[in-house]
Design a protein around this ligand. Structure first.
Ligand code: SF4
Ligand code: SF4
Length: 214
């Protein structure tokens, strides 16, 4: 009986919001906890993630950020019809969930970083984007996309002397990188041994090696 009365008393106090009275008194004296954003200043606590942005000098256009983005906020398109051919990235802030995966998985570590910018509200969603373009490297035989020029150069530098095992990387290291306008787009059957020291996509490279060994 006593226990039941105690429980009933607690419920009455809870219903009357008595436990909250100190908070109510504080709010009456000091004002509300919330801020009048966007009409008032916000407090920078330092514990939040803002808009991701690309660094033109550090990004190599490899596309890893596009691959890992969980909300499809990053679009990537290889435009082989333009001169020069370009890989184009667009990041839509209205789809971004600010998870940071693009930064954590970036090949060069800081090609894309999250800023402290959080005020991204707009009446026009088409304005809520950022973009970056990188020049493509195309296969000299078939014209297929290998990757961006900066990506291949980055791989060649990382590989060091072992890059000479790959003619494409070796040509990059020697500064003889041939870009898309020279891509021949020749049928695969026209590939022969003399093509071995060309910049080739993996498919054409396999055909050349096959002809070399048969
Ligand atoms: S922060 Fe997350 S959701 Fe936003 S672009 Fe990067 S990976 Fe995509
Ligand atoms: S270098 Fe980093 S930011 Fe640039 S495309 Fe690759 S993963 Fe994305």
């Amino acid at each position: 009986m006593v226990q039941t009365l105690k429980k009933f008393g607690k419920k009455i106090l809870w219903c009357l919001k008595i436990p909250y009275l100190p908070e109510v008194a504080r709010a009456l004296v000091k004002g509300p906890y919330t801020v009048k954003f966007p009409f008032g200043d916000t407090v920078d606590t330092g514990a939040y993630r803002g808009a991701p942005v690309w660094d033109e000098d550090v990004c190599i256009g490899c596309g890893a950020c596009y691959e890992v983005c969980p909300s499809d906020a990053i679009e990537m398109e290889d435009d082989t019809g333009s001169s020069p051919p370009m890989r184009r990235f667009v990041l839509h802030y209205d789809r971004c969930i600010f998870c940071g995966h693009c930064h954590y998985n970036c090949t060069t570590e800081d090609g894309i970083c999250q800023t402290r910018e959080y005020d991204l509200a707009t009446f026009d969603r088409s304005e809520s984007v950022t973009n970056i373009d990188k020049e493509l490297l195309l296969c000299e035989k078939c014209g297929g996309v290998i990757s961006t020029i900066e990506h291949v150069q980055w791989v060649a530098r990382k590989t060091g002397p072992k890059a000479y095992a790959s003619p494409t990387l070796a040509l990059t290291l020697e500064g003889e990188l041939i870009t898309a306008p020279q891509a021949a787009g020749a049928p695969a059957e026209e590939i022969d041994r003399s093509d071995i020291m060309r910049i080739l996509c993996p498919h054409c490279r396999r055909l050349v090696v096959f002809k070399e060994t048969t």
